[in-house]
Every structure is written in structure tokens, then in C-alpha cells.
Design a protein. Structure first.
Length: 238
């Protein structure tokens, strides 16, 4: 039986590229997003490349839905070997405020949307990985988790917490056979929904663009080589 990668929070940009990159190595792919509106397109894209794909609709930030969908993946495809976690905005943008004006709620929402679900996911898949002595957990995060970016205000502390959670998790798992890695992304990912919104409308915000296939290639290298806990990507402005 082939290895299985669960792509949680899949979209037409990075998530789909991750599925393609691991699928080329023989992985069965399990794609999860909040709705099934684009699942047929995802399956067709992967099938054309000869990649086996299963798709599921679930809100992976909801603990009950997360547990249920992971059980379905195991039933349909087999034990989960690798997880990529890159969920979409869960109201974070609406809660964002400059830090000098930010209140507790402005900080709480990003933590609840980014950090706590990551911990829930780890709790759900890590015990089985540790029992097998193998597995990878890959988390997508933002550059504001590494460098001060006042423009992102109250989002930045949660981004930093997620990054440090992943780096510390990887260190704690050393010599267990399980790897955790952070994809620290500074830019708009081509083909993704956020990139589309910002290119179709003038939001007064300038950011470089990134090729999702390049990020997926680096994610594969992290998974295989396991000698670094983080890869940083900074977009190039045209």
C-alpha cells in the first residue's frame, strides 16, 4: 500500500501543488477543505497526473470534524504518513488591528484560528506516528512570525507562536523518526485565492509573488532530508 499524505486546507495554489509533488513520489493524496465546490477539479488535475486522490469537506479547525475526517482518510486510503496543514483565513482578517490599538479579542482570534488547531492536529496524528517511528508534519505560516511586520498587527503574535510551536515540536521529536517542519511564507502564492483577490482589485498592498510548485518542491526536500526545521520563502515583486 502506498504512503498517504493528508493535505488539510487545500486550495488551488499551494495545497494542490503539495498534493502533486508528493503524489509524484507515489503518495496517495487526501485533500480536505471546508467545501467540496472545487473537489472535482482537484481530483481531475491529480488523476491526469496519475495520482490517486480522495477529497473531503470538513472544517479542520473544528476538533470534532478534524477527528472524523482523519478517521475517514484512514478508512479510505490507509494510515496517514504525512500531513500538510495550511487552512484558509478563519476570520483572522476581520479581527486584525494595529498592535498599539489591538485589544484582547484582536489577539485571541488569530491564536484560536492558527495555533490551537495546529495543536489539535498534532494531538490527533502524532501518537500513531510515534508508534510507527515515522511521519512528517508540515505547517504553513507567515513571515510575520519571524520578522516584525507592523502592517500585520495583531496577526503577527499568533504567526510567531505557530512558527515556534513547530520548531520546538521538531526539536522535541528528534530521534523519534517523526519530523515537523515550518514553511514560512512571505508573499502571495500564484494560483491561490488570496493572490487572485489582490491581483483583481487594488487593495493598496504590495507583495511579491511565489510559485507554489517551488514551495512544494522545498516541502518535499524538508520531508526527505529532515536536516532543517524551516524553509523561508520571500516573494519577488515584479
Amino acid at each position: 500500500m502506498s504512503q498517504v499524505i493528508a493535505v488539510l486546507g487545500v486550495g488551488p495554489g499551494l495545497g494542490l501543488s503539495i498534493a502533486h509533488r508528493f503524489g509524484r513520489e507515489g503518495f496517495t493524496t487526501a485533500l480536505v477543505s471546508r467545501t467540496d465546490a472545487r473537489h472535482a477539479t482537484y481530483r481531475a488535475s491529480l488523476a491526469e497526473a496519475g495520482i490517486t486522490a480522495h477529497t473531503y469537506a470538513a472544517d479542520v479547525t473544528d476538533e470534532a470534524q478534524l477527528g472524523a475526517v482523519l478517521d475517514r482518510i484512514r478508512t479510505d486510503a490507509g494510515e496517514i504518513d504525512t500531513v500538510y496543514y495550511g487552512p484558509a483565513d478563519q476570520g483572522v482578517g476581520a479581527a486584525m488591528a494595529p498592535l498599539p490599538e489591538a485589544g484582547v479579542d484582536n489577539l485571541r482570534v488569530p491564536f484560536e484560528a492558527l495555533v490551537l488547531p495546529a495543536a489539535q492536529l498534532t494531538q490527533a496524528v502524532l501518537p500513531r506516528m510515534r508508534d510507527r517511528g515515522a511521519g512528517s508534519l508540515l505547517f504553513a505560516g507567515g513571515l510575520s512570525g519571524k520578522y516584525p511586520m507592523p502592517l500585520l498587527g495583531s496577526f503577527a503574535p499568533a504567526s510567531a507562536a505557530l512558527r515556534m510551536y513547530v520548531l520546538t515540536l521538531n526539536e522535541a521529536l528528534r530521534d523519534t523518526g517523526v519530523y515537523a517542519g515550518a514553511l514560512t511564507i512571505g508573499g502571495l502564492i500564484k494560483g491561490g485565492d488570496i493572490h487572485r483577490v489582490f491581483t483583481e482589485q487594488d487593495h493598496g498592498f504590495t507583495a511579491g509573488t511565489l510559485d507554489p510548485d517551488d514551495i512544494a518542491e522545498r516541502a518535499w526536500s524538508l520531508h526527505v532530508e529532515r536536516d532543517e526545521a524551516e524553509a523561508e520563502f520571500i516573494g519577488v515583486t515584479a
